[in-house]
Design a binder for this molecule. Structure first.
Ligand SMILES: [Zn+2]
Length: 293
């Protein structure tokens, strides 16, 4: 099977999967010609070690890479000791079980500012990341924790925060959700080749060429207000200039994985559209090189 520099897939099972469960989703991802699945453990992590082993084997056999979307209820800036403990437990569980299931990337929503100064929240999040990656390293759980860029200005996790955390804490890498960045801007900006290229340039300046080869993305159409994200949209109802985004990935030599989120019944179709468009743009680049050469 052809392997692309960016491996496309879905967050959660593509809606055309005939049976329930992660293993059926892995098989269907392969059947569709996609290359990645992000397993959505977004409510809680309730999976046996035995099931994890089966997921890992299925992924390896099918040649499908896996990431985990950890539970939504994680907040690196939790406001009580009890809530912080629960948040830590959820992130650790997603990492430990995800690792057993063969995933190397654990995506999570990093939390809220709770109206506190962003620098103060960043410092707290950084200390928490140092603590959690330390625990995982000691246990031999070899995963990347990937805080996601968030779609609302009230949430901790703009591009610079997420990328800076990735630079400062070993074991942390970004999950760049492009729809969230567009929605977070709130005014329709962050939606052009120039803005996508500028963002990728900042990522390269901070994480280096090596970092550009280990990126993980979420992409989708999105509805938003001045305050940010409202809901995910199918591509054909959204304003996201995704061809320009994909062209920027190609021009900046990005490699990694991209997980598509789209409401049913467009989930499968949008993932395939992103992959097919990426391949056509790659092909167009190769053709023009031939003509020049
Ligand atoms: Zn998410």
């Amino acid at each position: 099977m052809e392997t692309d520099a960016i491996r496309f897939g879905t967050v959660g099972s593509p809606q055309t999967t005939r049976e329930s469960g992660t293993i059926a989703a892995i098989h269907h991802i392969r059947e569709l010609g996609l290359q990645h699945l992000e397993i959505a453990w977004v409510q809680s992590v309730r999976v046996s070690d035995e099931m994890c082993a089966q997921i890992k084997a299925a992924g390896e056999k099918a040649g499908i890479t896996l990431s985990i979307h950890a539970p939504y209820f994680i907040n690196l800036n939790s406001q009580t000791a009890e809530l912080m403990e629960k948040s830590d437990a959820r992130l650790l569980a997603a990492a430990r079980k995800g690792y057993l299931a063969g995933a190397r990337d654990i995506v999570f929503h990093p939390g809220s500012y709770h109206s506190q100064p962003p620098e103060q929240v960043y410092e707290r999040a950084k200390q928490k990341m140092i603590e959690i990656t330390g625990i995982l390293r000691e246990e031999g759980v070899q995963v990347n924790l990937r805080p996601e860029t968030m779609g609302k200005g009230a949430m901790f996790g703009n591009l610079d925060e997420v990328v800076q955390l990735s630079k400062e804490v070993p074991g942390v890498l970004p999950c760049i959700d492009w729809a969230h960045l567009h929605a977070r801007a709130g005014d329709g900006s962050f939606n052009s080749y120039a803005e996508f290229a500028d963002a990728l340039g900042r990522v390269r300046d901070t994480l280096g060429e090596e970092g550009m080869k280990r990126l993980h993305f979420h992409i989708s159409g999105i509805a938003y207000t001045a305050k940010g994200e409202k809901e995910h949209l199918p591509l054909n109802e959204a304003d996201l200039r995704y061809r320009e985004l994909l062209q920027a990935f190609i021009d900046y030599g990005v490699a990694g994985t991209a997980a598509i989120e789209a409401p049913e019944p467009f989930h499968t179709a949008d993932a395939l559209t992103f992959q097919a468009t990426y391949r056509r743009l790659l092909g167009a680049g190769e053709d023009s090189k031939d003509e020049e050469g």
